[in-house]
Design a protein around this ligand. Structure first.
Ligand code: PEP
Ligand code: MN
Length: 346
């Protein structure tokens, strides 16, 4: 249930109402929007009568039930206002959200060695990226495939951050590694395969770094938003939703089906910012530029692109990785689409 306060509601009145609702056994969450304050009420609200709450203060504009199973993730919970995720980086704050410039994330699938990660970071930074991505702990289908260099790769990401000022996005696979990953990452990634690892979701929700939540490869939109709800409910409001392709019937010509239709759908359901990953979404570097441009035109807030200095030699996901030159070229094409919709810095 959400309580929408009238514009200009006095702070003392909001505090009094907060106190009163707590006496009712509720835990109100105050959300300060651009114009209005909203009090979110989550928990045992089924037996509450909205009219009874309405009578608590003349400053209450409206009391609404959130009909969806996801509450904190819902658009209604923010009274229809989209939220921003703000990520401090050495180069300054990067703000990811519906009314912001497109945030660009680029880098290799896996961190392989210092030279390649620092070199890739320099190249993607020069091309205009805001974040470097790179896996230290890799979720691989085969136990015999390269599993990532673990903690030492995190140190290499730190070196690349130091060299370029780019924010770091890297995946956490297991609760046991969360502390160390969160220490090095500016944004902690939960991968598609872990989207419904509820223990992990609770833990990333209980730490303070923003979380990039990838859509499970067979997850419905509701399951995905419920996974985000776990993180929000555990206390972390900084969640970005990343579409990375879902499993459909054709695997011959594309690795996954990139579901760009989630962009307008999510806009009607949630306030959370959106990222699109056309690299895992298609599995082939040749298809990445078209889908990246389409994603910007469709209204994504950010893009994740895999870039490797020598894709033929990559230890993971070479076939879907762009070279730094191709990424540079792509950024120039994306700028044209981004400028056309007013979401690309001049
Ligand atoms: C990745 O980002 O390298 C990755 C493993 O992604 P996903 O979880 O989307 O497969
Ligand atoms: Mn990958």
């Amino acid at each position: 249930m959400i309580v929408v306060m009238k514009v200009g509601s006095p702070a003392e009145e909001i505090a009094r109402l907060d106190q009163e609702l707590r006496e009712w056994g509720l835990t109100p969450e105050k959300i300060v929007g651009q114009y209005k304050v909203v009090m979110g009420l989550v928990g045992k609200t089924v037996n509450l009568d909205p009219e009874q709450i309405q009578e608590l203060s003349p400053w209450i504009e409206q009391v609404l039930r959130v009909e969806q199973p996801f509450k904190r993730a819902s658009l209604a919970y923010r009274n229809g206002e989209s939220s921003n995720v703000v990520v401090p980086t050495p180069n300054g704050d990067v703000v990811i959200g519906k009314h912001q410039a497109i945030a660009m994330v680029a880098g290799p699938c896996s961190v392989e060695n210092e030279e390649m990660i620092v070199e890739t970071a320099r190249r993607v930074k020069a091309a205009g990226a805001h974040f470097l991505r790179g896996g230290a702990y890799k979720p691989r289908t085969s136990p015999y495939a390269f599993q990532g260099h673990g903690e030492s790769a995190l140190e290499l990401l730190a070196a690349a951050r130091e060299a370029t000022g780019l924010g770091i996005i890297t995946e956490v696979m297991d609760t046991a590694e969360l502390d160390i990953v969160a220490k090095f990452a500016d944004v902690v990634q939960v991968g598609a395969r872990n989207m419904q690892n509820f223990s992990l979701l609770k833990k990333v929700g209980a730490q303070s770094k923003p979380v990039l939540l990838k859509r499970g490869m067979a997850a419905t939109i509701e399951e995905w938003l419920m996974a985000a709800e776990y993180i929000l409910a555990a206390g972390n409001p900084q969640v970005i939703l990343c579409e990375r392709g879902i499993r459909t019937f054709d695997r011959q010509y594309a690795r996954n089906t990139l579901d760009l239709s989630v962009i307008p759908v999510l806009r009607t359901l949630t306030h959370l910012p959106i990222m699109i990953d056309p690299s895992h979404g298609t599995g082939r570097w040749e298809y990445v530029p078209a889908m990246a441009k389409a994603a910007i035109a469709a209204g994504t807030d950010s893009l994740m692109i895999e870039v490797h200095p020598n894709p033929a030699k990559a230890l993971s996901d070479g076939p879907q990785s762009l070279t730094p030159d191709a990424f540079d070229q792509l950024m120039q094409e994306l700028a044209m689409v981004g400028e056309a919709i007013g979401r690309w810095p001049k």
